[in-house]
Structure formats: C-alpha cells, structure tokens
Write a protein that binds this ligand. Structure first.
Ligand code: AMP
Length: 254
C-alpha cells in the first residue's frame, strides 16, 4: 500500500476509535475500613458517622490487560490497528508505560442530581475515610473524575453498577462464612482468604495488604475483575503484586 494511502487510512481509524475509551476490564476495588484506619496515617469518619464494619467501595477502575505507552496517540493507534508489534515499537520509543486510562474528561464533573437516588446506598457502601474531607461526595467526585470519566458509562450507571456488584458479592459475609472474621489477634492464610473469595464469588480476586501502625501485614483491598460493561465479574487478566508480608495476614477490628 502506498504510504500516503496508509497514512490516510490510519488517521480515519484513529478518528473512529477516539469516540470510546479503550480499556480491557474494570477493577472493582473494595477496602477493609479497619485496615485503612489502623495505619500510622489513621483515618477520619464521614459526616454521616462511623461506617459499618463492612468492606467499602474504593472505586471502579478501567484497566488495560497490558501496560502500554503513555501517549494517547499510541493508545488510539493500538486500538485502531489491534497490532501488538506497533504497541511494542511505540512503547520502546517513548519509554514510559501506562497501565490504565485516567482523567479522560476533566470538564465532566459529578452532579449530585444525577446520582440523587443512589446517595443513601453510597453513604453506606462507599464512605470516605479521608481526613482531607468528611464529605463522601468529594471522594465520589474524585473517583468519577479520575476513573469514571474513562468508563464509557454515564455518571448514574457508573455508580449504580459498582453498588450492584458489591451487593451481589458480599465480601464481609463471604469471608465470615469461611471463619475469616475481624480480630485484634487472629491471623489468616492468604491462600485461605483467596480461596474463600473464589468459592463465594466464583472468581479469583487480587488481594492487597498494607501495614498497621506496628508494621503487621493486614488485608487491605480486594480487587475483583469486572467486564467492560461493569455488570459481571470475570477472571482477572492480570495478577497484581499483593504487598503482603509472608502468607499470614490480619483482618483488624473496626
Ligand atoms: P485512586 O487515585 O483512585 O487510586 O485513589 C487513591 C486515593 O484515594 C488516595 O488519595 C487515598 O488516600 C484515597 N482513598 C482511598 N480510600 C479512601 C477512602 N475510603 N476515603 C477517602 N479517600 C480514600
């Protein structure tokens, strides 16, 4: 093919593919509030009061199955051509890797009106624990702007789908059914936690630990993989580093 024709073809493919954000799956990230709060940094409760001792949503994050180059031009080229060699070439040329899209539309600000019927559920299931602001709405706005604007979903669907997924797979109950309950002293094997979640949800999740104020390893966040519609759990295309120390973790009281 003549270079000029190839170039025109590539440009038209780029224009077509730029309407939808390209990503491969979502991570639904839920966190154990006890593990957020008992770190050296600590936490603050939302203005609605202390949340329940339950996993809370951190976010629903679009993710690539494979990291690639940072420039959006490269993202679009990859999407348009579906050509792995092109991705590798561009990645090596530019150096930096990008593993997820973020801040896809800075002008798209979360509207309280759009999610008005979800707010009560979100206050329960998606509470802020940050000391920067006790208003959970600020946390939701941040998550929307950073991740939600890349989801190809409208504001209402984005939050409603995350809430529905959490409700369909109650991690706190699933772990409790396997004898994994919050405790000041007990430790649990990572394999036991992972198996319990796989049995309870039908899918293996990625687990992330953090450290309490004494440096002990504890279960912090659970990353469940979700299809591009945000409606179904799927097998995770990626394994993440757990940041867990050894095979035993705590699940602190909250
Ligand atoms: P992200 O940029 O979406 O990965 O989220 C990371 C940011 O969210 C960090 O600034 C965290 O401190 C903050 N964060 C994590 N969990 C919570 C929470 N439950 N409430 C408020 N902020 C949080």
């Amino acid at each position: 093919m003549k270079p000029v024709i190839a170039f025109v073809l590539l440009c038209s493919l780029l224009v077509v593919s730029s309407t939808a954000e390209q990503f491969d799956f979502f991570y639904l990230v839920q966190q154990w509030p006890g593990s957020f709060c008992d770190t050296r940094q600590g936490c603050c409760f939302p203005e609605t009061g202390k949340p329940a001792a339950d996993f809370g949503i951190h976010g629903l994050w679009p993710n690539y199955a494979k990291c690639h180059s940072r420039s959006s031009y490269d993202d679009l080229t990859r999407a348009a051509l579906g050509d792995v060699d092109v991705v590798f070439f561009l990645s090596r040329r530019r150096g930096k890797k990008k593993c997820w899209p973020e801040y896809c539309d800075d002008g798209n600000t979360l509207s309280p009106w759009e999610i008005r019927d979800l707010v009560a559920s979100m206050e329960t299931s998606w509470p802020t624990l940050s000391c920067k602001s006790s208003r959970s709405f600020e946390f939701w706005s941040y998550e929307w702007k950073k991740h939600g604007t890349c989801s190809n979903l409208g504001q209402h669907d984005y939050f409603a789908r995350a809430l529905a997924l959490k409700a369909a797979h109650n991690l706190t109950a699933i772990l409790a059914a396997a004898g994994i309950v919050p405790s000041a002293t007990a430790t649990y094997s990572m394999t036991g936690v992972s198996d319990a979640i796989a049995k309870g949800t039908g899918f293996t999740a990625n687990l992330e630990c953090n450290r309490d104020a004494d440096g002990e390893s504890q279960l912090f966040q659970v990353y469940q993989c979700v299809n591009r519609d945000g409606t179904q759990l799927i097998d995770c295309p990626l394994q993440m580093p757990t940041k867990c120390r050894g095979d035993r973790v705590k699940l602190p009281l909250f």
